[in-house]
Design a binder for this molecule. Sequence first.
Ligand code: AMP
Length: 578
Amino acid sequence: MSLKTQTAFSKLSELCEKVVATTKRLEKMSLVGEFIAKLLPEEVEAAALLIIGQPFPRASHRVLAISWAALYDVLKEMFKPSTDEIGTLFRESGDLGEVVRRLYLKSGRVAQATLFPTPLTITEVYQTFTVIADVQGTGSRRRKTGHLRSLFMHATPLEAKYLTKILLGDQRIGFNEGMLEGTIARAFNLPLPLVQRANMLTGDLGKVTRIAREEGITGLQKVRLQSFTPLLPMLAAQAKDVSEALLQHGGESAFEMKLDGARVQIHQQRNGQPKIRVYSRRLTEVTSSLPDLVTLIQKEVTETSCILEGEVIAIGLDGRPLPFQHLMRRFRRVRGVERLVKEIPVRLFLFDLLMLNDEVLIDCPYTERRKRLASICGSIPLVPQIITMDSREAETFFDSAIQKGHEGLIAKRLDSPYKPGIRGKSWLKIKESLETLDLVIIAAEYGTGRRHRWLSDYHLGAWDPETAEFQMLGKTFKGLTDAEFEEITKRLLELQVERRGNVVLVQPRIVVEIEFDEIQRSARYPSGKALRFARVKQIRYDKSPDEADTIQRVNEIFESQFLRKASTNNVGRTSLSK
Ligand code: AMP
């Protein structure tokens, strides 16, 4: 195939501009549908992923690991911008991709790009991303910079904008995975649930787009769950107490203890060359950090093949669970693992079975999955559970979970299938403490006094799908230990976009779970809301920014506070009038 027939990356960049320019979902979907229909077959996978800003499929082990600092090195060479200039451009647009486009335009780079005989193609961009992700070993930063340089030297201003956005995981064009699934269904006249299912099973929407376009319904029907392709975890919505959960689940439910640890998905095959892989909640492979877990599974679970799910918790000397941050040290560690295995022993509690001896179980009811799990897990404990219709019994179970140092309960609907990636009502979490919000750090300030060395005052944002921005809700410097300040400062500096005096603006990447006393109306922030007495409960390195809470959820909590207050006032009034 000649290069000429390939689709230029500029076409994809123009498409993204058109998609972001309209707020109409259907229009966005038609634009993308028409674009995908015209591509060469071999371009479809890459294009689909690039449009939704996923350089690699969810289920892939590849990561780009390109920070703004690394990109900035390349831009510095090309344009010699001052930090002030970048800062001004960033303040104007709030978007690093746009910053880069304006840098190109200011320097007259338009003409430069057209000097190259062949324009950048979608395939070329995608292949270079893959090469960048695969660079390893000494000198990797230098080699990555080399690849970035060659991409950016060839790029037009608009292409450079979208290269930046995708590289930094900051696509934000108001077109997500769900919309791409809808687009595929509409464009190729396929049932949406079939497309969604194929995506859920493969974790690769690029591949699903290609199969849908090239093979249609028969192709999609052939898609199967596969070992060593991790599935997105099923998630839980919130319930305020066990009675609400019972009501939602039709009067009876399974209550499992909610352990405050880290979720793991374990894939094991014993026929042929035995193989075992452990994946985190974000589908990163963590097998080498957890050798003790691997040995345990190999010893206890003797079935030919299985996919298990469970929660790993760290245990202190007193036998009680240790705070989450201790456990995270185990998960992140690749060197010196052996020492850490002794220092921070972990325990695994299983709670689900998704595949057994090549039989896919995700469509089976919860009760059956749990029964079959119990029959194959050897001496590995299952998460403690009761099935009841009685709210008092469930409350007593809740109290015992809290006493044992756990977070609360998860109520699971007895007849519910396992729905990967879905936060539905089939699973309801009931926590003890006041509601918390998962927010994203959008800027940080150096502290005063003892905290002056650390970025220790955090600006917290919730995602607003309407404006496609993080809306600030408040600041906090409370809740972290010195070691955590140290670690988070390092990470925040890698995400630094601009420094203004004491304040460092960062790419919104780090999720923190925030406790607060109340959500108040406030004119200080554009969202019109502010958190009162916010404090960090824990840093959630295991969560990605797109899992953070939205402004909509903030508004829901705000409304519910209001209702609660109104009902307390009523109670007060009635008792006075008696
Ligand atoms: P959250 O992170 O608050 O949305 O709560 C969901 C998380 O709770 C899951 O991703 C698991 O890591 C964890 N979890 C703890 N115990 C259980 C359980 N029994 N069943 C399912 N998830 C659990």
